[in-house]
Design a protein around this ligand. Structure first.
Ligand SMILES: [Zn+2]
Length: 616
């Protein structure tokens, strides 16, 4: 499931009732279950299957027949569970205040832990059987072929697996090593005593996380500075404590790295999806070498906002504002026109899906904010949650989320259940490619320079936050993990110093591009993704691959479209780096990153050309 992480979330204040909502603007959960009773009946079935599955424990290696029956039963359990959990979470998300959604979500959480518990023996048992025995099974029964890749994912862990006694100890300690992250979540979301500021118009604002995201973008510069100073000043008071929680997290990762016999935490984190560390390192090398492109963007931002000495608190006000409206019917049509380069089949499938209530379109009181796509209900269809409010960002988000939906749709049709779901490494390629196609289309049909500026500005901002900001986070993660892997200790003060150096380097502080005030280097403590290590870099690699695919498809390169669609159809049937490479984009080489920089510079060329036209 791809909850859209709060990286490029545009949902500011939801404008309730933008358009009159009809039944067609609501997703149809009856496609999953006709009623809550039907859900309960299916959950009873699941519990029965879990009991049956207990009979597989210790018996997987008994015979190929037994092995296959158990693999099939496990797949069926997961398939049923994913349908159940989709209904539960979406019932909750469409009205977070309703009892029914809360009730189903809790029940679904309980089911999730039962499924985990009931299937937890499979991994160690497959590892104990070993590759030779499993290969023998695969040879004996061709129907097992669909499990080849999932089994390989387990078997690859063999060199990093301990004996039974060792694994039992690791499992026990696993229950006792989450304090760093848990304390962090509690403190940063609930317990931090949020400061209050008085803005120039007299409004008093309590700056919690949500208010900070809203008010850091206000037009009045003094207010922005006030918001930054108050917010980061509060985090600064807890620098020592956040230092301890993050250092605990880093140490935990370093310990697992040693126990699991990896050279470093980075290699261990990437190994699950078999992504070569060279991808990560290439991303950072290329980003560092191309910081002048980012600095060009900052200078352009300063110019467009009319600011001489750009500071870090000037990052969030929108480059441009616009009154242009894009009602959802128009947004859908624009998207359909934009994805034409992906071929008639893709367009027809999307067009058909748009008429079948996959999507909950508009904001409503108590509806979950933001946007996401959920494509795990294999036998039904993907679902999308939006908070569409008729602006251009809404159209862009629509194209992004439908990129995910079509990915799931194609994978679910081309793959058996067990290999349909895909990792984030390829997921964000499908969404960013569609965003790029949308931009290309919008620029072609734009009637005025102001309109063009709106599209270019939005795309530019997206590239900064999805590429450069994530690459900067990745750079920081690599550095602090490497230190702790080597046995160095880190305090909150050390972390602020390291983050501050990186922040200044990326923002050209020394070159006078953006001034980074010391206090704002506390930002490292604010990024929750650092507790999910070596994850965010995939936003940057995805948008790079997406830029390259979109460019080759738009240029009409022979076979480019099919190669790209093959990634989508492949779902999770192979390792994601290999899939992307087979389609012609090697993320361990400079080319895809060069495609992002080229795209960003092209956008800035066009903006500057428009600015020059305006002046003359
Ligand atoms: Zn996404």
């Amino acid at each position: 499931m791809y909850k859209y992480l709060p990286i490029a979330v545009f949902a500011l204040t939801p404008l309730f009732g933008v358009a009159a909502e009809t039944e067609n603007d609501r997703w149809n959960l009856a496609d999953l279950y006709v009623s809550a009773d039907a859900w309960t009946a299916d959950s009873v079935k699941l519990e029965g299957q879990l009991k049956d599955f207990a009979g597989c424990k210790g018996k997987l290696g008994e015979s190929v027949r037994r092995f296959r029956a158990c693999m099939d039963l496990e797949a069926d359990i997961l398939r049923r569970f994913e349908r159940l959990t989709s209904y539960a979470s979406q019932t909750h998300d469409q009205d977070t205040g309703a009892n029914i959604g809360q009730d189903l979500s809790q029940k679904s959480d309980i089911l999730a832990s039962k499924v985990d518990e009931a299937t937890s023996f499979v991994r160690p048992e497959v590892l104990a059987l070993g590759r030779k025995k499993i290969d023998g099974f695969l040879k004996q029964d061709k129907a097992l072929a669909i499990y080849r890749h999932p089994l390989d994912q387990i078997l690859r862990a063999a060199p990093h697996t301990l004996d039974a006694k060792g694994e039992a100890i690791v499992a026990q300690f696993g229950l006792a090593t989450n304090a760093g992250g848990d304390v962090y979540t509690m403190l940063s979301n609930a317990d931090l005593p949020w400061p209050t500021v008085k803005l120039s118009d007299g409004t008093e604002v309590k700056l919690d996380q949500a208010a900070y995201t809203k008010y850091r973008a206000v037009g009045n510069r003094d207010d922005r500075k006030k918001v930054f100073d108050a917010f980061w000043g509060k985090w600064k008071e807890f620098e020592r404590t956040f230092g301890v929680t993050f250092y605990e997290q880093l140490k935990k990762e370093a310990v697992y790295t040693k126990v699991r016999n990896y050279p470093d935490s980075l290699s261990r984190a990437l190994d699950g999806n078999d992504i070569p560390p060279a991808v990560y390192n290439m991303l950072i090398d290329q980003t560092r070498a191309n910081l002048p492109t980012l600095h060009r963007y900052f200078k352009l931002r300063a110019k467009l906002l009319g600011i001489g000495d750009l500071h870090y608190y000037d990052m969030y006000p929108p480059l441009l504002t616009s009154d242009l409206k894009y009602p959802v019917a128009e947004g859908k049509q624009l998207m359909l026109d934009a994805v034409k380069p992906l071929g008639p089949d893709y367009v027809a499938a999307m067009s058909d899906a748009l008429q079948h209530r996959w999507m909950d379109v508009y904001p409503r009181p108590h509806k979950l904010s933001g946007a996401y796509m959920n494509g795990i209900a294999y036998d039904v269809h993907p679902y999308l949650l939006l908070n569409y409010n008729d602006d251009y960002e809404s159209v862009s988000t629509l194209a992004h989320e439908w990129g995910h939906a079509m990915h799931s749709h194609l994978a679910n049709h081309a793959q058996p259940f067990i290999t349909a779901d895909y990792p984030i490494f390829t997921a964000e390629i499908a969404s960013t490619t569609n965003e790029t196609l949308l931009l290309d289309h919008m620029l072609k049909i734009a009637k005025t320079d102001d309109e063009r500026m709106l599209y270019l500005g939005s795309a530019l901002e997206n590239l900064r936050t999805t590429f450069f900001r994530q690459a900067m986070f990745a750079d920081f993660e690599r550095e602090v993990h490497a230190k702790v892997d080597k046995g160095e200790s880190l305090t909150g003060e050390d972390l602020t110093k390291i983050y501050g150096d990186i922040l200044r380097r990326y923002h050209g502080d020394k070159e006078g591009v953006v001034k980074i005030d010391d206090l704002y280097a506390m930002e490292w403590a604010y990024i929750p993704h650092f507790y999910n290590q070596f994850y965010v870099f995939q936003y940057a690699t995805s948008i790079s691959a997406g830029s390259m695919f979109a460019a080759s498809i738009l240029n009409g390169e022979a076979g480019a479209r099919e190669r790209y669609l093959n990634i989508l159809r492949a779902g999770g049937s192979a390792y994601p780096y290999d899939l992307v490479k087979a389609a012609g984009v090697d993320l361990a080489t400079p080319a895809p990153y060069q495609a992002v920089f080229a795209r960003m510079n092209k956008i800035m060329d066009e903006i500057e050309a428009i600015q020059a036209r305006k002046k003359s």
